[in-house]
Design a binder for this molecule. Sequence first.
Ligand code: HEM
Length: 146
Amino acid sequence: MDEIVVRYIHFIGILFLASTLAIENVLLSKSMSSQSIKRLAVVDGLYGVSALVTLGAGLTLWFAVGKPSEFYTKNPIFHAKVGLFLLIALLSIIPTVFLLKHRKTTAANLSVPQRIIVIKRLEMLLLLVLPLLAALMARGYGLPSS
Ligand code: HEM
């Protein structure tokens, strides 16, 4: 039962993670009003919370409930999944810092650097790969055969 609850929380975290990232990608543009920047900063905050919920539930599935932790620890596909998640998290720091810096701007229009837009698009692309790695490793693909 515990495992079902944690899996459910993992999936809810993932749903919110993908939704908030999609909203951020739709809202982002080269020139934004101060109000849109504020709204984007709020969505970015929710994106961060979703990542923490997903991570917390993922770590619980890894170490506390369900299959023994070695099932994951010994699997390079699982490490690729966690590594990709960390890469996305690291990339997301750059747009987050930008939004935190400018969320109180009083300028009518703020120009958003191209790299912020590219990073958000890239996060979305990388996130698409994660469920494939998850489905593979959950079925034991990648485990050394012995
Ligand atoms: C560092 C962060 C994460 C950790 C430690 C983690 C860990 C885990 C673990 C241990 C499972 C259980 C697999 C099993 O049933 O044996 C799982 C399932 C799953 N995870 Fe994650 N996860 C993380 C992030 C993510 C993210 C960001 C996504 C998707 C965007 C994701 C997608 C999935 C999916 C789809 C499953 C179900 C796989 C299946 O049963 O077919 N995970 N995760």
